[in-house]
Design a binder for this molecule. Structure first.
Ligand SMILES: Cc1cc2nc3c(=O)[nH]c(=O)nc-3n(C[C@H](O)[C@H](O)[C@H](O)COP(=O)(O)OP(=O)(O)OC[C@H]3O[C@@H](n4cnc5c(N)ncnc54)[C@H](O)[C@@H]3O)c2cc1C
Length: 299
């Protein structure tokens, strides 16, 4: 029997890995897939679904990430003690896929949204070339707390909302759902060309929302689309919402208050927040201002 996340001591869930860029591939206007390898990935155990991990990016244009400590118990204090300008930037991403090659090596794909050169992760991905190495804290056991999509037994339908940052997670979820599961998904992307082909054996209806407004008006557009969709009747539906924090909050409020979905059967995570870098979100979380159920959440 596979252990569940709550049966494995939390400190054993994650450890440091060194990821080496093997190749990159453009998937659509906004997406760049970076495929990583490296010997340390032998111990990497993605739990699938929306498995996330934390990346540590090199300082400035350095080729590799150097961390002050990779000791699981003490790294955080050592990392925080580094002066701002010299501290490797930490960012949350999704394991789009983990696989084993014919030669037995482990490869991991991460799909980065390219949203400009002034944001560290987007900038790093846009310049990624084979041989560059970054550090990550990732899963050492498949049943870990960074898999948020937990399909309850008896679920008879799934609904999902994702923007482009959560599309890699949504794509992995669609790929893993049992055959024939009825799914309705709203996927919001910046460009027509970001409507990716998504493999699934679920019975998936996908509504693509191509964004016209990149400011606050985007949320209203999403709500209009969602309000206009009739979901098929289901006795035990499960919902998953991820993307920009303001839109995530509004979609959850709509589903819980206007459609009376069971709030316990909805998993929601803010992946980023308009106008705030991940450092600012972390600073709020440390100061206890982030009203979130989830340590990674931008809500
Ligand atoms: C659990 C989890 C999983 C995630 N998985 C992925 C993933 O697989 N792929 C992915 O691309 N992202 C993913 N994200 C989101 C990603 O962590 C954020 O977009 C992050 O802010 C990107 O870092 P950055 O250095 O590029 O920008 P930051 O320095 O953090 O932000 C700089 C500015 O850019 C804005 N910004 C951030 N992201 C975007 C965006 N996508 N479009 C437009 N403006 C933006 C911010 O509001 C801020 O104003 C995930 C987040 C979480 C919490």
């Amino acid at each position: 029997m596979t252990a569940t996340a709550s049966e494995v001591p939390a400190e054993a869930h994650f450890r440091f890995f060194e990821l080496e860029v093997l190749r990159t591939r453009r998937l659509g206007h906004s997406f760049l897939r970076v495929t990583f390898g490296g010997e340390s990935l032998a111990g990497f155990r993605s739990g699938g679904w929306d498995q996330s991990l934390s990346l540590f990016l090199p300082v400035g244009d350095a080729e590799h990430t150097v961390l002050p400590s990779t000791d699981e118990d003490t790294w955080f204090g050592a990392w925080r003690a580094v002066p701002d300008a010299e501290r490797p930037v930490m960012r949350s991403y999704t394991v789009r896929e983990q696989r084993r090659t014919e030669e037995g090596a482990v490869e991991v794909d991460i799909d980065f949204v390219l949203h400009g050169d002034s944001s560290p992760a987007s900038r790093w991905a846009g310049r990624a070339v084979p041989g560059r190495r970054i550090m990550a804290i990732g899963p050492a056991v498949a049943a870990n707390k960074s898999v948020r999509f937990q399909l309850p037994a008896g679920t008879d339908a799934v609904w999902m909302y994702a923007d482009e940052t959560a599309l890699p997670a949504a794509a992995a979820i669609l790929q893993a759902l049992p055959e024939g599961t009825p799914v309705h998904a709203w996927f919001e992307v910046p460009h027509e060309d970001d409507r990716l082909e998504l493999a699934t054996s679920a019975k998936a209806e996908i509504t693509w929302i191509v964004r016209a407004d990149s400011g606050p008006g985007r949320t209203e557009r999403v709500l209009t689309e969602i309000r206009g969709t009739e979901l098929p009747a289901a006795a035990a539906p499960y919902g998953w919402i991820a993307g920009e924090a303001g839109t995530v909050r509004a979609v959850r409020r709509h589903m819980v208050q206007e459609r009376s979905v069971n709030r316990r059967a909805v998993r929601f995570t803010g992946y980023w927040r308009l106008g705030a870098s991940e450092e600012q979100l972390l600073a709020e979380a440390y100061a206890g201002q982030a009203p979130s159920e989830d340590p990674d959440s931008a809500l």
